[in-house]
Ligand binder design. Structure first.
Ligand SMILES: Nc1nc2c(ncn2[C@@H]2O[C@H](COP(=O)(O)OP(=O)(O)OP(=O)(O)O)[C@@H](O)[C@H]2O)c(=O)[nH]1
Ligand SMILES: [Mg+2]
Ligand SMILES: [Zn+2]
Length: 298
């Protein structure tokens, strides 16, 4: 019998794999533990909060088809955060969509839409409100074909409110943003999978403050496809896009078609990923050495 994990599991025994919300599992007859986990189709993974200095990953949701990156129109558009989220989304194997919430609270979302569009070329942007219901049908369409949608974003942006609007009832607790700093209160404390009445699934997640990379795929290449396309036209193959002659990236910046902050952001993410890969390599080596030592003892 197959079951889909709809909450963060409390106890997992006898499985050599970690499980996450959205995983398909085979439970024991007594339903008190997981016997096996089916291979994943996709997974949204980020770097877990730093444990000592070890690089640890955290799978937020598994087997998702669509990742909705939720930003509130009531806060200034945060391009750098969206770029990070997009790298993880592309690496997850699911399709990203940007959702701008709280449409009912702003007069003109145009400037925010433009700004975030520049940080997410080729990614659909949907403006919505969980309170007025605007855009909710458009979001619901992504669940067609029994798809699984995960909503991700900072605390207080309105993820649970959107989920309630999609489900048509107050399934998820929501709470007002704190006065003063405008931040959310971390109302949702655990990831949860919710069945949509018309088919499909939703994953509500707790808001996260920081989005740290955990990737080894082509997320950066896809999130910065516009920059990579420019790089193909640089005169030198090893162009660093600084002050080399014939640099197509610098030419685009000079022409005003590429924001230098976007290039800097991409370089920072590439460096972060390289540092992470180095950390992982060192950890693996340490583990190998321990393995060898064990073998010698025998
Ligand atoms: N006017 C208006 N208020 C909204 C909208 N969406 C959310 N809110 C309000 O914003 C506050 C936070 O919404 P939540 O849905 O709890 O936010 P969340 O993203 O789930 O936050 P966490 O669970 O902490 O990660 C609540 O007071 C909501 O009523 C919206 O579209 N319009
Ligand atoms: Mg919530
Ligand atoms: Zn160049």
């Amino acid at each position: 019998m197959l079951r889909r994990l709809d909450a963060e599991p409390l106890r997992i025994r006898n499985v050599g794999a970690e499980v996450a919300v959205g995983d398909w599992v085979v439970p024991s007859v007594e339903l008190d533990r997981v016997e096996a986990v089916l291979p994943r189709r996709s997974a949204f993974v980020r770097r877990a909060s730093f444990e000592g200095n070890r690089a640890e990953s955290q799978t937020i949701a598994a087997n998702i088809d669509v990742v909705m990156l939720v930003h509130a129109l009531t806060s200034p558009p945060n391009q750098r955060r969206l770029e990070r989220e997009l790298v993880l989304a592309w690496d997850s194997g699911a399709r990203p969509v940007v959702v701008l919430t709280k449409r009912d609270l702003v007069d003109d979302p145009g400037a925010s839409e433009l700004s975030l569009h520049a940080a997410a070329p080729g990614v659909p942007i949907i403006t919505a409100s969980g309170i007025s219901g605007e855009g909710v049908d458009e979001l619901a369409a992504f669940a067609a074909g029994n798809a699984t949608i995960a909503l991700l974003g900072a605390s207080g942006v309105g993820k649970s409110t959107l989920i309630n609007a999609l489900v048509g009832r107050g399934a998820q607790a929501t709470a007002a943003v704190r006065e003063g700093d405008g931040r959310g209160r971390h109302t949702t404390v655990a990831t949860q999978l919710i069945r949509l009445p018309g088919g499909g699934w939703l994953v509500d997640t707790p808001g996260v403050r920081a989005v740290s990379l955990w990737s080894s795929g082509r997320g950066i290449e896809r999130a910065f496809a516009d920059v990579f396309e420019l790089m193909d036209d640089c005169r030198f193959r090893d162009c660093k896009h600084e002050d080399e002659p014939g640099c197509a990236v610098q030419a685009a910046i000079a022409a005003g078609t590429l924001d230098p902050l976007r290039l800097a952001s991409m370089k920072r993410l590439v460096a972060e990923e390289a540092a992470l890969e180095e950390e992982q390599r060192v950890q693996l080596k340490a583990r190998d050495r321990r393995g060898v030592r064990k073998l010698r003892v025998k």
